[in-house]
Design a protein around this ligand. Structure first.
Ligand code: CUA
Length: 401
């Protein structure tokens, strides 16, 4: 080097001067700091947003930062603004013990993430504004920073502490939810996922129904959780009623466990949450939470034998003379098929086709006439009934309250 001053002398140790490109005219002093950004644009003969007076790049970065800053809290605010009527699957409005535990943990994680976002986004926005390009700095290289023990320690230690806090809180939530033991008063239910409906069995009560799970609510001092054993008859499904509990997969040849404990009477909706074939999106779930006395009434009604009205004999005969009985159960009769929903108290359910349409006589007729018309791909075939047979059979089915 000797005493000859080159531009290299002004650069920090270890940093090489930006190389001139053989394809470009020599850089003037003022161009040097913008060389990197401008090379592409210049070599392609287009104006660079970073060229002198160009502010597009800075504006768009600042706009993006502001947008992100606004979006984060807005998203959280939207999610938290829970009007249950409009957001019946809102995980931010829990109505059950495990859902509440998950909500609390999620809130903690979201709060920490929002705080990180605000700090990082705020610093970013500040830096973009404070250190924006100004005409008086046109020819100056910004100060170069190489390493800072304090900053590097801070951005290593603080995230480690945050991860530890989140890990501990999440572990406790997982333990509370998955490690819970059924208290006395628990209702035991086996849920079997089928393409594309839910079979719901109460082994202790001798009740079988479909798509609508009835449970008691827990009132102060009187815990009545419902513990679910989840099984599949065919492919993988997933049981999810967002306001009552987390999502649990329903896997063939396996039994998964979960529980719900609604604290307010009402109907909670959910759906299959694992793609399971053509009608996955129409594999809906309803959980009806009753006050304890109402639940006892529901149980008593479900335990009744099926209605057998002699006036509906023709429809009954039509039903029992077709292959309907190979797939459906009507308790105490020859109908003991296991492939389709139990029909013993069909009309006690609010919907048919796993939530596809309300359970009215008109919809039931349309369903029996051609299930494929309402739910293409449904495994129930069109039985090719005449109009007269259809009317008789629907009259009989409509009596199964
Ligand atoms: Cu069952 Cu998706």
């Amino acid at each position: 080097m000797g005493d000859q001053m080159t531009s290299q002398n002004f650069l920090p140790q270890g940093r090489k001067e930006i190389q001139k490109s053989p394809f470009l005219p020599p850089l003037t002093k003022g161009e040097r700091s913008t060389h990197v950004q401008n090379t592409y644009h210049r070599s392609h003969g287009i104006a660079s947003p970073f060229e002198k007076g160009g502010v597009r790049g800075i504006c768009s970065e600042a706009a993006l930062a502001v947008l992100l800053l606004l979006c984060g809290p807005a998203t959280v605010a939207f999610a938290a603004s829970g009007d249950n009527a409009f957001t019946p699957t809102n995980i931010f409005v829990p109505f059950s013990t495990p859902a509440h535990a998950i909500y609390q943990n999620a809130s903690l994680v979201l709060t920490i993430c929002a705080a990180i976002f605000l700090v990082v986004g705020g610093l970013l926005a500040y830096s973009i504004f404070r250190f924006r390009r100004r005409p008086e700095h046109e020819n100056l290289e910004p100060p170069q920073v190489y390493g800072s023990n304090q900053i590097e320690l801070a951005w290593t230690v603080i995230p480690i502490l945050i991860v530890i806090v989140i890990t501990l809180a999440t572990t406790r939530t997982i333990y509370d939810v998955q490690g819970a033991l059924p208290p006395p008063g628990t209702v035991n239910v086996t849920v079997v996922g089928h393409q594309w409906w839910w079979e719901i069995r109460y082994p202790d009560l001798g009740i079988v129904t479909a798509n609508e799970l009835h449970v008691p609510v827990t009132e102060s001092g009187n815990r009545r959780p419902t513990f679910l054993k989840l099984e599949s008859a065919d492919v993988a499904h997933s049981f999810w009623v967002p306001q009552l509990a987390g999502k649990t997969d329903v896997i063939p040849n396996r039994r998964n466990l979960m529980w719900i404990e609604p604290t307010e009477p009402g109907t909670y909706v959910g759906n299959c949450a694992e793609y399971c074939g053509l009608q996955h999106a129409r594999m809906l779930l309803r959980v009806v939470a009753h006050a304890p006395n109402d639940f006892q009434n529901w149980v008593a009604a479900q335990k009744q034998p099926p209605v057998d009205d002699p006036q509906l004999r023709a429809g009954r005969d039509a039903f029992f003379s077709t292959s309907c009985i190979n797939c459906h159960v009507i308790k105490g009769t020859r109908a003991n098929g296991q492939f389709g929903p139990d029909l013993t108290h069909l009309m006690s359910r609010e919907t048919i086709g796993a939530g596809v349409v309300p359970n009215t006589a008109e919809n039931l007729r349309a369903w029996v006439r051609d299930p494929q018309h309402i739910k293409p791909g449904a495994l129930m075939p069109n039985m090719q009934l005449s109009d007269a047979e259809l009317d008789q059979m629907v009259a009989y089915l409509s009596s199964l309250r």
